[in-house]
Design a protein around this ligand. Structure first.
Ligand code: DC
Length: 221
């Protein structure tokens, strides 16, 4: 169990997790950890190796061997900068598939707990408040209407809205329905619908919650 102060931000794709997690981490001087980037890195490696994404044993092995580092906003896989490559839609789909494998999740979870125990962190993902850090002091479940989420993702990627909406929906359904650590709101998480909020309003709402759930949101181990 981590003794560090953890702010867990979970929610579906396009709900605004990365934007708010990054800005809140910056405001508080905490480490920002994008757990989805870790699943994406494993997926990228598996795709490059032409691996069968249903081969749970080989995937688990790969996840254990992958050297994933998250310096600042960059993502390194075995020393190579893959920050851009992991955002490819093919990798998004593969990430959601490999993330359904219990062995892959086990390897990622251990690594996420290790990183989170090194100091105060804002970690975003799907199962941070439910499984990775169920004892996290601050838990937020971010959400937005599906149209708004698809719109945000489409402008980020510069891709056609309909195509993005279809892919996002397929991925969300898989992430919500898998047996192991599905995307779901922790009972003690604060639900925040960002559909009609600006990034600054979301940041303010999260910081307010951090202040309420901690003495001052700073100065913790
Ligand atoms: O947050 P993201 O879209 O970059 O995540 C990519 C995929 O990784 C997502 O479809 C589900 C999976 N994921 C997960 O299962 N658990 C997490 N904590 C984070 C991401």
């Amino acid at each position: 169990m981590s003794k560090s102060l953890i702010i867990a931000i979970d929610g579906p794709g396009g709900s605004g997790k990365s934007t708010v997690a990054r800005s809140v981490a910056r405001r508080l001087g905490f480490t920002y950890i994008d757990s989805g980037a870790m699943y994406r890195a494993v997926a990228l490696w598996a795709l490059r190796l032409g691996m069968d994404l249903d081969d749970l044993h080989r995937l688990e092995q790969l996840a254990k061997e992958a050297r994933i580092e998250l310096p600042g906003d960059r993502v390194l896989l075995n020393g190579e900068d893959v920050t851009t490559d992991i955002r490819d839609p093919k990798v998004s789909d593969a990430a959601s598939r490999v993330a359904a494998q219990p062995g892959v999740r086990r390897a990622m979870r251990e690594e996420q707990r290790r990183i989170g125990s090194t100091g105060p962190s804002v970690m975003e993902g799907r199962d941070i408040g439910t499984v990775v850090f169920p004892e996290a002091r601050v838990k937020i479940f971010l959400d937005a209407q599906p149209e708004a989420r698809a719109q945000r993702r489409a402008s980020e990627l510069g891709a056609p809205l309909e195509e993005v909406a279809r892919e996002l929906d397929a991925r969300d359904q898989r992430d919500r329905s898998r047996a192991e650590a599905p995307l779901t709101q922790a009972p003690d998480a604060e639900y925040l619908d960002t559909t009609h909020l600006t990034p600054i309003q979301v940041e303010e709402a999260v910081l307010k919650l951090v202040r309420e759930r901690t003495s001052n949101g700073k100065g913790h181990k």
